[in-house]
Ligand binder design. Structure first.
Ligand code: 5AD
Ligand code: SF4
Length: 479
């Protein structure tokens, strides 16, 4: 059967690549009275994949659904609405979603009233939406990253007109404030400070799926943090694809990320973190703010991606191996003892043995205390997907293995400096691997396990480190 797709708003990667000079409007979210009850007696389930930006979007969707009267469930069989909040960063993230969508066919057969939705970065890809339209007709709702605020209207249409809703915009226009949030943690919160990315690293799909860089107004960010402080939150992670570019899109002032950190420090939330950064935009003002502000944690995630200057050029990263190392040294001079982690891709098209050795050399010199490491995954629509890639997959795997060995060594050495030291730990809860002990993180973002009463969950306590492992440390409560 041919489907009439003319009524749908489908994404287009060529459109998404464009960067308009139009001003970003800052709008307020409002929910029509009549939509505040349509979820009564009904349940929702949101399944989020990928990065913290997606986690934060998932919390916003949960907030909107709660405001509409829906209740949360973790049981698929109980759910009246299921949203798969997808990630497009690598092929394996996408494959997991396709598997899940296939599995939901049976669920939909049993419960035809179930509304099945797809959101997130995959929804911004035209090939994905076309495949859903043709092969996954049990999906009722597809919406992208730019129009989460319109979820109530989409649900209303899907519920009452029994129509499929496909609405994905390629061009971002606005920032919506006042969005409700149902946060997953009562002491740690994500706060978006900006959206989108203008870097266009050649391997990366994010600038297409999340649109142009646009910063929230400082007043709006600060107001959200003041509210979180009043609610008793102890840690906030500021989010953006490239937080170091915060404020670059403001036309009437030169307020930047370093200024924002200093203003946020005065609010008094005990721990402020941020992610993620681009080395090319990391400036002195930011480093000095970390040095001067007690609430900004001594931890920096600074993705390097490769240690070979020639690969970095092909990746469009705007720095060299040497300039990255220089910036790192500057950061460590200004903030002594800061813990630095990174992201690295191996097997980028054309990566030679020498390029990879440069990466290993950089890892040794940079003394990273952890890294997310990946094998390059071609993303349709990005420039690198057209680069010739003749590297044997087995070699890519071996490179990843060697790289991880070296990273783990740095991880362990980074942890060793804390032996016998007393550190503050924000207690998350019982450890995942051993429910007998509590687990939490230190200011340097080190995972600490220690024995203590569960009453301490959600507080910051002092712990002496007694044993150091690669992935975590063991300690004892200091009374
Ligand atoms: N293949 C492999 N890894 C990728 N990343 C981004 N795009 C790709 C890709 N196409 C990695 C980068 C980035 C992290 C979030 O994901 O290392 O920093
Ligand atoms: Fe992707 Fe590069 Fe932007 Fe990070 S900085 S989101 S890797 S394009």
């Amino acid at each position: 059967m041919d489907i009439d797709v003319s009524k749908y708003f489908k994404p287009n990667l060529n459109e998404a690549r464009k960067r308009s000079r139009k001003d970003v409007s800052h709008d307020q979210f409002q929910l029509d009275e009549q939509l505040k009850t349509i979820g009564h007696g009904k349940k929702y389930l949101i399944d989020t994949y990928g990065c913290q930006a997606n986690e934060a979007d998932g919390e916003t969707m949960a907030g909107i659904l709660t405001l509409m009267g829906f209740e949360k469930t973790s049981q698929e069989l109980e759910a009246d609405i299921i949203i798969i909040n997808t990630c497009a960063i690598r092929e394996n993230a996408e494959n997991r979603v396709w598997g899940e969508l296939g599995r939901f066919k049976a669920l939909k057969r049993e419960n035809p009233d179930l509304i099945l939705g797809v959101s997130g970065c995959m929804a911004q890809e035209e090939n994905v939406v076309n495949r859903i339209l043709k092969k996954f007709q049990h999906v009722d709702l597809v919406f992208g990253t730019h129009n989460i605020d319109q979820l109530p209207q989409y649900i209303q249409t899907a519920m009452f007109s029994k129509e499929r809703v496909i609405e994905v915009f390629s061009q971002e226009g606005h920032i919506v404030e006042n969005l409700p949030k149902t946060r997953n943690h009562s002491k740690k919160a994500w706060v978006n400070i900006m959206f989108g990315c203008d870097e266009f690293c050649t391997y990366c799909i994010v600038p297409y799926t999340r649109g142009k860089e646009r910063s929230r107004l400082k007043e709006d960010v600060i107001q959200e943090l003041i509210e979180l402080k009043q609610l008793g939150y102890l840690e906030v992670t500021l989010l953006g694809q490239n937080v170091n570019a915060y404020g670059k899109d403001f036309k009437d002032n030169d307020y930047t990320f370093g200024d924002l950190l200093r203003d946020i420090d005065t609010i008094g939330i005990p721990r402020i973190r941020f992610t993620t950064s681009h080395p090319h935009d990391l400036d002195l003002k930011t480093m000095e703010a970390i040095r001067d502000c007690d609430t900004i944690m001594p931890f920096f995630h600074l993705p390097v991606q490769s240690g070979s200057s020639s690969v970095l050029k092909k990746m469009n990263r705007h720095y060299t191996k040497e300039s990255y190392l220089e910036k790192l040294e500057q950061l460590r001079t200004i903030v002594p003892g800061i813990s630095v982690t990174t992201d690295i891709i191996v097997g980028f098209p054309g990566e030679t043995d020498d390029d990879f050795l440069d990466t290993l050399d950089l890892v040794e010199k940079a003394k990273f205390e952890g890294a997310f490491t990946f094998v390059y995954s071609p993303r349709e629509g990005t420039p690198a997907a057209k680069f010739e890639d003749c590297l044997d997959p087995q070699i890519k795997k071996e490179r990843l293995y060697k790289l991880n060995e070296s990273i783990n060594q740095g991880y362990l050495e980074g942890n060793q400096r804390f032996l016998d030291q007393v550190v503050d730990v924000l207690v998350d809860g019982p450890s995942k691997n051993n429910p007998e002990v509590l687990a939490g993180y230190s200011p340097h973002q080190k995972l600490i396990n220690f024995k203590a009463s569960e009453e301490l969950v959600g507080t910051i306590v002092k712990v002496r480190i007694t044993e150091v492992k690669t992935w975590f440390m063991i300690g004892e409560l200091v009374s």
